[in-house]
Design a protein around this ligand. Structure first.
Ligand code: GLN
Length: 302
């Protein structure tokens, strides 16, 4: 498949639309990101990579990190993790509080903030050093030996993290956090503040296109890779997940830094970065770029 020429065509089409999105500004550090950035990278299961635009520039991966945290929690807890978090789409925004009260402190899924806080709590209970563990996983999977947290982004979010603090305290009140909310939040904000590029993320997500295999060894089981892909398809882009599935036809996970990673099991993983967001907090141009990618390649899971 001529991925390189397809990416170049998408790049040319998408660039004029970049100003239409709105960069996230509730995390002050993200408000400074240039809305004209655009990068895209595709990695096939044999390791070949094609990329375009700003694909080598690192950005804040934000909620894309929730896939790595869930991967660690699956390794550590297996199926027990479903006692503390659901696996249904939420139909609400990623940082909504209201559903958590109705549903007695059990978040709908691991990809909304409340769910990711519970998952982070599990990793913290097992490993103590949740920040180190996640950074090491991101380095190993991406091959980026110097992948690291951006401390200014983590501090910026912590300084304004009232909503996530409310969610963490709420979860604690329902006995669904084992650690102190402040410790869980600190790990969570750091996870969101990992800086990675499109090429690094496309490489890092290859295990989900390869039935859980990374570099010839099983990172997770084939069933667990299926579970994570299914969750990305049904919950990975929040209350826009139906629209994303309709248009792109691939499991995907977005972050408010403007990145989206999508996976075609057996074939490739693809990452796009365009910082301007739509109303649901997903990259506006990034969603469009992935839609064009599935149209031009004729590839989707359907
Ligand atoms: N760190 C962000 C938050 O907790 C992540 C949200 C996102 O990327 N959707 O609000």
């Amino acid at each position: 498949m001529p991925y390189q020429s397809i990416l170049e065509k998408i790049h040319a089409e998408i660039v004029p639309t970049l100003p239409q999105g709105r960069v996230a500004d509730y995390i002050p550090q993200l408000a400074h990101v240039d809305p004209h950035k655009f990068g895209m990278a595709v990695c096939d299961t044999s390791g070949g990579i094609a990329c375009v635009g700003d694909a080598a520039e690192r950005f804040s991966i934000q909620s894309i990190s929730k896939v790595f945290t869930l991967t660690l929690a699956m390794q550590l807890e297996g199926e027990r993790l479903w006692q503390r978090v659901g696996r249904e789409p939420s139909g609400t925004s990623f940082n909504s509080l209201v559903q958590l009260e109705y549903e007695q402190g059990i978040p709908r899924n691991p990809f909304i903030n409340a769910g990711a806080l519970v998952i982070t709590d599990m990793v913290l209970s097992h490993l103590g050093e949740a920040k180190l563990a996640l950074r090491e996983l991101a380095r190993k999977l991406s091959g980026g030996v110097d992948v690291c947290y951006n401390p200014a982004v983590a501090a910026s979010e912590a300084g304004r993290g009232y909503r996530n603090a409310a969610l963490a305290n709420f979860l604690k009140s329902f006995d669904n956090l084992r650690n102190e909310p402040a410790d869980v939040l600190d790990a969570y904000f750091h996870h969101c503040a990992l800086s990675m590029s499109c090429t690094e993320l496309a490489r890092a997500f290859l295990y989900l296109a390869s039935h859980g295999q990374h570099a010839g060894t099983a990172l997770i089981t084939p069933s667990q890779a299926k579970y994570i892909n299914s969750l990305m398809l049904t919950c990975g882009t929040y209350d826009a997940v139906g629209d994303f599935a309709y248009r792109v036809g691939l499991p995907g996970k977005s972050g408010v830094g403007g990145g989206i990673v999508a996976v075609m099991p057996g074939l490739f993983s693809v990452c796009v970065w365009a910082p301007g967001l739509n109303a649901s907090g997903n990259s506006l141009a990034g969603t469009r770029a992935l839609e064009r990618f599935s149209e031009l390649t004729g590839q989707s899971i359907f």
